[in-house]
Design a protein around this ligand. Structure first.
Ligand SMILES: NC(=O)C1=CN([C@@H]2O[C@H](COP(=O)(O)OP(=O)(O)OC[C@H]3O[C@@H](n4cnc5c(N)ncnc54)[C@H](OP(=O)(O)O)[C@@H]3O)[C@@H](O)[C@H]2O)C=CC1
Ligand SMILES: O=C(CO)[C@H](O)[C@H](O)COP(=O)(O)O
Length: 486
């Protein structure tokens, strides 16, 4: 028996950016930590670069497993998808009933459900934990969204809560980690977190385009974002926007943002969010617009052809009072951001019902207040509003509804001005349309139903009596009772 055997309290597999920093975080919290990576050179480098962590580094997976105390606790932090499955398949024969595997990667929640079932069949615990915070968060405290059986969470909950970010709460320091729900619930919530992240960044991009259109330089816009970060918009993404805009390219002397190719990448979590919204019939168009905007940005053929063929205003925004316009944009950004949160949280609520998860939306908002990419001052208010009442939508919360009412005139002015100036604002305008759509006492869906009945006998219901009806459009146009065909 080697001296390593059974001496580590936690093991981390995957020594790229996230795994190595998470392992250091465990070590910093006093946990004896074992590390392993498919490619040994990375494990070796991490152990060598961080002697203070006193890692138990193994080249062989079996040796890594043996180095853990029982029941073994293992966090997988590898490339999501095939990498996770390969790691799990390699682990299963090495583990014993009662061991706990945590997948901290950005897994698709349906994969997590499948994996949880598979590991359960081997009497192994599986916790699918969404983790957000990037490199710094992983090291200093991320937001962690764990899902799995409550029993499985008991084995790893304290450790995950220990390494998570902390926020001040009424009862002292609160961890940004809480049990979310069974099987894929944690990864579902992380997926929606990322969908909101996409929307947040799209709105920020639109705000920057508008400021630029009104004549502000990148440095001036950086000042504006820094200023915004001191108020209601206080958030990590607004803070780093100011830093990115202030960065000058060493080679050209231009603002860095002007030399970065305007084609946004994406790894899939935003797309999954929208696909799930579509599957569940949840309107999340502002988030969808953010995904489509990235897709459009990365469609060079489409953009080249359209740029050559289409004419219109050139994005210059005529502004009489620059300060007033900047304030309007701030309000439009805040209101749109609220809509993205409302759409994302509504999606979580509907999914919880559909998948049988008992998700506490207030708790989700609470653990997003620090550590994660979408952390924002607004989340305090959102958490309090959900805690105060069982909201169907965030938009009905009194402080949110009044904030949106206050921002309304500015939001509408910005959407109108941008449209007239030819500044693309798919996020702002979609968010505003959502606001108008869901508050409308009556929508144009009545006409849609009439049309569907006309061409396909799809039937309709009436506002004034029970039942389902069809108009005999191709005959005498009388109305008959009909079977509901949806
Ligand atoms: N980067 C970020 O900011 C964030 C990432 N995440 C998620 O965390 C996880 C880790 O992310 P990150 O640190 O960026 O690393 P990557 O997503 O770049 O993945 C690299 C790691 O995965 C391992 N790996 C890849 N394929 C396999 C395989 N088939 N079998 C075994 N191991 C494999 C690599 O091992 P090897 O060295 O041998 O190639 C390496 O350790 C991912 O799921 C990611 O989506 C979550 C939040 C933020
Ligand atoms: O999970 C994250 C933060 O919470 C990652 O930063 C996210 O994967 C980035 O996504 P994309 O590459 O699609 O922009």
């Amino acid at each position: 028996m080697s001296e390593k055997t059974g001496s580590a309290q936690i093991g981390v597999i995957g020594m790229a950016v996230m795994g190595s920093n998470l392992a250091r975080n465990f070590a910093n919290h006093g946990y004896r930590t074992a590390i392993y990576n498919r490619t040994w050179a990375k494990t070796e480098a991490v152990a060598k670069d961080h002697p203070e962590a006193n890692f138990i580094a193994s080249e062989d997976l079996g040796e890594f497993v043996d180095s853990l105390e029982k029941p073994r606790r293992i966090v997988i932090m590898v490339k999501a998808g095939a990498g996770t499955d390969a790691t799990i398949d390699a682990l299963i024969p090495l583990l014993e009933p009662g061991d706990i595997v945590v997948d901290g990667g950005n897994a698709f929640f349906q994969d997590t459900r499948r994996r949880e079932e598979k590991l359960r069949a081997h009497d192994l615990h599986f916790v699918g934990a969404g983790i957000s915070g990037g490199e710094t968060g992983a090291l200093e405290g991320p937001s962690i969204m764990p899902g799995g059986s409550p029993h499985s969470y008991e084995y790893v909950g304290k450790m995950l809560e220990d390494i998570s970010a902390k926020v001040d709460g009424p009862n002292g320091e609160e961890p940004c980690c809480t049990y979310i729900g069974t099987d894929g619930a944690g990864h579902f919530v992380k997926m929606v977190h990322n969908g909101i992240e996409y929307a947040d960044m799209q709105f920020i991009g639109e705000a920057y385009d508008l400021l630029k259109g009104a004549g502000l330089s990148a440095a001036e816009a950086a000042d504006v974002f820094a200023q915004w970060n001191t108020g209601d918009l206080d958030s990590y993404l607004i803070e780093i926007t100011s830093e990115v805009l202030r960065q000058t390219d060493a080679e050209t002397g231009k603002p860095l943002v002007d030399v970065i190719v305007d084609a946004a990448g994406m790894k899939g979590t935003g797309t999954w969010t929208v696909q799930e919204a579509l599957n569940l019939g949840v309107p999340a168009a502002a988030i969808a617009e953010a995904v489509f905007a990235r897709a459009a940005s990365s469609s060079p053929e489409l953009r080249k052809a359209a740029e050559a063929a289409l004419t219109g205003p050139d994005g210059v925004v005529e502004v009489e009072d620059r300060a007033a316009f900047v304030e309007d944009v701030r309000q439009a950004l805040w209101a749109s951001k609220v809509i993205a949160y409302a759409q994302g949280l509504h999606l979580i609520k509907v999914a919880a019902k559909d998948y049988g998860w008992d998700i506490d939306v207030a708790a989700v908002a609470r653990i997003w207040r620090a550590g994660c990419i979408i952390r924002a001052k607004l989340l305090d208010r959102i958490a309090n509003e959900y805690a105060a009442g069982n909201l169907e939508t965030l938009l009905e919360a009194p402080s949110i509804a009044s904030g949106l009412a206050e921002s309304n005139p500015a939001w509408r002015r910005v959407v109108a001005k941008a449209t007239l100036a030819g500044v693309p604002i798919p996020g702002f305008s979609s968010a505003l349309s959502y606001y108008d759509l869901v508050r409308a006492p009556r929508t144009n869906a009545a006409l849609t139903q009439g049309l569907r009945d006309f061409f396909g006998s799809h039937t309709y219901r009436r506002v004034d009596k029970e039942g389902t009806f069809h108009t005999v459009w191709s005959g005498d146009r009388s109305e008959v009772n009909a079977e509901d065909t949806h």
